[in-house]
Design a protein around this ligand. Structure first.
Ligand code: PRP
Length: 203
């Protein structure tokens, strides 16, 4: 039995659709249930940001999580396969009338993704003050909380509707299948068989 942590919402639905297609069977969570056991799999529904934690602590052998979250968490996990779903970009956004001024002594950036932000600006040798937020990041520059934001852009609608623009791309992201390092050894055959079946199916 393999336990797989899925991020609640669209990515979980799209991942289950991949499993349904691959194994030719229905994988449906009942109403508010957070566990689904069927055909040798145990799926868990968890918060997006919590997927790496479940996998790191081996509460799940495998997980599905965005490369953005994986990069931000900097945890020792096995990155198995790009599922090609949940595509988005991590970008620097600013008010339409503003430009990124690297000559400023310090740039203030509001974000959920503190590590990605620090690493990006330090690679450019720019001093940054990072303000950690948990959502509605797009508000920060508008009300003067920060000069810029680092956030996920999918369609670009949220930035646009709030008078912001993308000034720089930091990375591209999509949902990846990840594994716990121990599970990857102890369940190697099972995991590699699954890997092969899924990768053949999403080609
Ligand atoms: C993300 C991100 C933006 C929005 C971008 O939030 O923080 O607000 O999506 O999407 P768009 O470019 O298509 O407008 P999400 O909906 O994932 O919510 P959360 O990160 O606050 O959970």
């Amino acid at each position: 039995m393999l336990t797989i942590a899925l991020p609640k919402g669209r990515i979980a639905e799209e991942t289950l659709a991949i499993f349904e297609k691959t194994f030719n069977t229905k994988f449906d969570f009942e109403d508010r249930k957070l566990i689904l056991e069927k055909d040798g799999f145990r799926f868990l529904l968890v918060r997006n940001q919590d997927v790496p934690t479940y996998v790191l602590n081996q509460a799940a052998d495998l997980g599905v999580v965005g490369l953005d979250v994986l990069t931000e968490k900097e945890m020792d996990l096995v990155k198995l396969l790009d599922l090609g779903i949940g595509k988005c970009r991590v970008c620097i956004g600013m008010k339409n009338e503003d430009e990124l001024d690297y000559s400023k002594p310090e740039i203030t950036v509001a974000t959920k993704m503190v590590n990605i932000t620090r690493n990006y600006f330090s690679s450019k040798a720019v001093a940054v003050k990072v303000i950690k937020l948990y959502g509605s990041i797009e508000l920060a520059p508008i009300v003067g909380l920060s000069d810029a934001i680092v956030d996920i852009v999918e369609t670009g609608t949220t930035m646009k509707q709030n008078g912001l623009k993308v000034v720089e791309d930091i990375m591209e992201s999509s949902a990846h299948l990840i594994a716990n390092t121990n599970s990857y050894i102890t369940h190697k055959e099972e995991i590699l068989t699954l890997y092969k079946k899924i990768s053949d199916n999403i080609k």
